[in-house]
Design a protein around this ligand. Sequence first.
Ligand code: AMP
Ligand code: MG
Length: 483
Amino acid sequence: MTIGWHFDNTYSKLPDTFKENIKPTPVNEPEIVILNNDLAEKLNLDFSKVDSKNLAQIFSGNSLPDGANTIAQAYAGHQFGHFTMLGDGRAVLLGEHLVNKNSRFDIQFKGSGKTSFSRRGDGRAVLGPMLREYLISEAIYALGIPTTRSLAVVKTGEEVVREQLMQGAILTRVASSHIRVGTFQYIAAKQNIKDLQLLIDYTIDRHFPEIQSSKSKTLDLLNLVMDKQCQLVVDWMRVGFIHGVMNTDNMAISGETIDYGPCAFMDQYDPQTVFSSIDQFGRYSFENQPRITKWNLARFAECIVNLIDKDEDKAIKIATETINNFEKIYEKKWLNMMRNKLGLFGENKDDKKLILELLNWMKDKKADYTNTFCYLMKISDIKDQIYKDESFKKWQKLWYKRLDLNKVSEEKYLKLMRSTNPLIIPRNHNVEEALKAASKNDFQLFNELLEVLKTPYKSKENISKFLEPAPVSKEKYQTFCGT
Ligand code: AMP
Ligand code: MG
């Protein structure tokens, strides 16, 4: 019995520069930890006729499905600003699974063993971080934000050496594609114009077929990628998500959130929040995310600039102007997103001031980002005393005045707010607690959290424990890359 894979592998047919043909390294005693049945259904896969032993063989890479053609993809990346040639050092792509003619997904194993891109790494992944990726990527999906998804996690039955011995694991990642800004950087660095043109055409065919016959394909591609990534970062800012490692190899051309390493959600509003232990200078802090997106897009533009126009000066001028549009596009999207968070219809010249005043108040009072909007939406579970603060009440009066200009019913603006502001995010303390228990084979908390995160905008019974900010602690929450 098979689970219904339908592979059609276009990436593995690209020239050798793009990849290495390699099989996953078999593992000792694979065991299914979690399967994503909702996602399986969307992919037209059926796990029900295969027993869990065989599923473990499949999702560990011990038994490769018919039609798979496993490769490690080559890419480069600016890591914290420094350029490096990278590639899948601990992942293999099985191929592209076709759900139907127009719907194609990369299926990738993360933690599947060494490749020629592994450098000094062991090619393996650890259970905790893979479960964390599973949980948070599924949460981001349910929040309506473009993202790679997680189909399965298996334990390998092998130990992995980190600061201490850890349980090895493999995550099955599903993505529109794994083409990154860093993929373009790798191919551009090889200085073979034919390969670069091939990558541009491949990316357009796969993600942006609407510009296939455009006369200014390369420039159109730049604009479309910019639009997608701009929208993505606005979505992150909407829900308080901090990606944590926005290196150019971790920015997907499709505009999906990818690479859930040190990411986490902000609780108390502080624009300078950084969780990642290795981000010492706050390069990837909450407030820097738009700026870094632009920086990454500029690196993308550099790769393809020569194909924008034959006249080099003209091409550079066009690319520069395009990238410099980022702030304008971002500001507009961000302002509209914040208006939605506050239930504001139409545009008023003082909207930005109103929004910034609230954010400043939140920062001063260390208010919880998610819960402040919940309070404004009249979610009765939010009972924090800080909303009795005089300066907050003063701001609220201005907000009510602005709401009057909406000329829509309370019901209507609350509806807009409720579709924009999540009630439930994967709060750091909930995530940690769930992962701790899961590492000891107790999945009750993990499953409970996973379930409640599936409908983050919905008010339900018994959710108050997921609305509570972390208990105040002297220690700052820190995340790790989880390699
Ligand atoms: P990341 O920090 O996950 O974005 O990874 C950056 C680079 O390091 C990529 O090329 C990864 O494939 C590689 N890498 C991360 N962890 C490992 C590992 N355990 N073994 C080999 N390569 C790794
Ligand atoms: Mg990465």
